[in-house]
Design a protein around this ligand. Structure first.
Ligand SMILES: NC(=O)c1ccc[n+]([C@@H]2O[C@H](COP(=O)([O-])OP(=O)(O)OC[C@H]3O[C@@H](n4cnc5c(N)ncnc54)[C@H](O)[C@@H]3O)[C@@H](O)[C@H]2O)c1
Length: 280
């Protein structure tokens, strides 16, 4: 419902959104939903993504300024926060929707990880949350009562072999959200992760075996996989004042996948598949 009827949930709120690359990006859908709900915000992505992505189009639709920032570089994050300060004064919400693993991209097995790439995975996909919060706080732009959301995946808790070192990155990301959340709580600032189901985006479909992971989750989750727009609606509630005491949580947005065991359809399909195999 990115461009449907809004509820004015974010009227008067200002924010900073990382990670919109193209119109499939979860951050893109969240930016549209924040715009619909009345928020003002800036957009940021790595300089290389600004060259190859479509961010100007989103900027035009939402009226948001775009600021380049490679989140592995502390000087660029500091400069970004100064730009955001000039643009908005201070902000009420931050979306961290950033993930990348060179090991996953190059399909390196978990037992053969390239450790230099693993450092990059952790830095880009997890430590960057710490840096972003730290430099926003140091710049004095985080309003009391604000909300910070980072996007995670259930690979932080369970083993998804093709997700390789991103499983480790998501576990670290969720830990950073809890630890920073405890330190910002006295100012009423919430820090949460939203664990989204497999979603057909540039990062998602770049994972070998993604289609299988997507279909498995979709069949097992009682409600099926939620879309990026549905994730956007959920994130809007977390940025709004309706969730003022929700903090230090990893919140599953997965149609019930996390607690599902098996269902009749899958039992029947598996039984059929294995009996066909035995007959071969
Ligand atoms: N797609 C899925 O199946 C899925 C499921 C659960 C969680 N997530 C998470 O959602 C978030 C958004 O991913 P997406 O699926 O929308 O894909 P996406 O490819 O659209 O977004 C990933 C973003 O990370 C940005 N990025 C990479 N390196 C960066 C750097 N050094 N500095 C700044 N930005 C950088 C990319 O430019 C891109 O915009 C990620 O954290 C991803 O792990 C995705």
């Amino acid at each position: 419902m990115a461009d449907g009827q809004g509820y004015g949930l974010l009227e008067g709120k200002k924010g900073l959104i990382f990670g919109a690359l193209d119109d499939r990006s979860i951050a893109w859908r969240i930016a549209l939903a924040c715009n619909r709900e009345g928020a003002e915000f800036s957009l940021s992505n790595a300089p290389v993504a600004l060259r190859f992505g479509d961010l100007d189009e989103l900027s035009e639709i939402t009226g948001a300024e775009v600021f380049p920032c490679d989140v592995t570089k502390e000087d660029e994050i500091e400069e970004l926060m100064q730009n955001v300060k000039e643009e908005h004064g201070s902000i009420d919400f931050i979306l961290h929707a950033i993930g990348m693993s060179p090991n996953v991209r190059k399909n390196t097995g978990y037992e053969n990880l390239n450790y230099h790439w693993m450092q990059q995975t952790l830095d880009i996909s997890a430590v960057s949350l710490h840096k972003v919060i730290r430099y926003a706080d140091e710049a004095g732009i985080l309003n009391d009562g604000g909300s910070i959301v980072a996007l995670s995946y259930i690979g932080a808790q369970r083993i998804f072999s093709k997700y390789s070192d991103m499983n480790d990155a998501k576990a670290l990301l969720e830990s950073i959200a809890r630890n920073y959340g405890s330190r910002l709580a006295e100012r009423g600032i919430r820090v949460n992760t939203v664990s989204q189901a497999p979603t057909q985006t540039s990062a998602g479909t770049g994972i070998k075996g993604f289609d299988g992971m997507y279909t498995f989750a979709d069949k097992l989750a009682p409600m099926g996989n939620p879309s990026a727009d549905e994730c956007a609606d959920y994130c809007v509630t977390l940025f709004s004042d309706l969730t003022r005491k929700v903090t230090m949580q990893n919140l599953y947005h997965d149609g019930g996948f996390v607690t599902a065991g098996i269902n009749e359809e899958m039992i029947n399909d598996l039984a059929k598949l294995y009996s066909e195999r035995e007959e071969e």
